[in-house]
Design a protein around this ligand. Structure first.
Ligand SMILES: O=C(O)CCC(=O)C(=O)O
Ligand SMILES: [Fe+2]
Length: 256
């Protein structure tokens, strides 16, 4: 890490916590008045039509056969304000502070987790094939809706990010990989952020409440590791295309 690139919104204590635990919660990174327009932008993109070749919309089927919007990725080229937000001090700047050098965007995503929407088994994000693009990624989660145990808040296992891959790529972690993980359930208010390392194990439960649990995720790599967003999405369109781009006769399974 270079010593020159040290400015940013995080305190020394927050940086220390991130280095030790692999994540850090930053309450109120965005104020209540800042999070309002961001919530409106989330609603705008949610209303976009499914369109092949552009933003990437993924759906899930609930047990009672409802088709729910689960996630949108790659919306920045089509949304000026989200694009500006991603390049701003609070997200790109803070990730740069954590990398110790400027950060470059790697991917952007909204997870909607609507009522009845599924959870995520324990994993490290690097298990989704990210090591092909850079050694390390840092993701920032921005809370849109208050997250609770009932609606399936993010759960982070601290202190395991410096042990490399804990399991296999494309396969969730289980006790056979590592039994001693302990999770902090991160209940958060709109505007609160969580920064986490691509090797930090995390998971979440389904949404058992009656309202959506929407969170934004922006992921960065160190600028010196290159600019991979275009290649990442080109690869993803082939390996795991959004619903509208799928072949009817193929089966697609979400892995991690
Ligand atoms: O939004 C969540 O609850 C977790 C999502 C997650 O870990 C992921 O998409 O990689
Ligand atoms: Fe994840």
């Amino acid at each position: 890490m270079s010593d020159e690139y040290v400015s940013g919104p995080l305190t020394d204590e927050q940086i220390k916590f991130f280095r030790e635990q692999g994540y850090v919660v930053v309450p109120g990174l965005f104020s209540k008045s800042e999070i309002k327009p961001i919530t409106q932008w989330v609603e705008e993109v949610e209303a976009w039509p499914e369109t092949a070749g552009k933003w990437m919309m993924y759906f899930e089927q609930t047990e009672d056969k409802q088709r729910l919007l689960n996630r949108i990725e790659n919306m920045l080229p089509y949304h000026e304000q989200f694009n500006a937000l991603a390049a701003g001090e609070k997200m790109q700047g803070t990730c740069g502070q954590l990398f110790g050098e400027p950060a470059t965007l790697f991917k952007d995503k909204i997870n909607f987790k609507k009522p009845g929407g599924g959870g995520f088994e324990s994993h490290q994000d690097v298990q989704a094939g990210w090591a092909k693009y850079a050694d390390l990624h840092i993701t920032v989660l921005i809370t849109i809706d208050k997250t609770t145990i009932e609606n399936g808040c993010l759960e982070m296992a601290g202190g395991f990010h410096n042990r490399g891959l804990l399991g296999d790529e494309w396969t969730p972690l289980d006790d056979a990989n590592i039994a001693e993980l302990e999770y902090e359930k991160i209940e958060a208010e709109p505007g609160d952020a969580v920064f986490f390392d691509s090797y930090a194990p995390h998971r979440s439960e389904p949404n058992r409440s009656t309202s959506p649990r929407r969170v934004l995720y922006y992921t960065y790599n160190a600028a010196s590791a290159g600019d991979h967003i275009a290649q990442y999405y080109a690869d993803k369109r082939l390996s795991y295309p959004p619903d509208i781009e799928r072949d009817d006769d193929k089966e697609y399974v979400y892995r991690v």
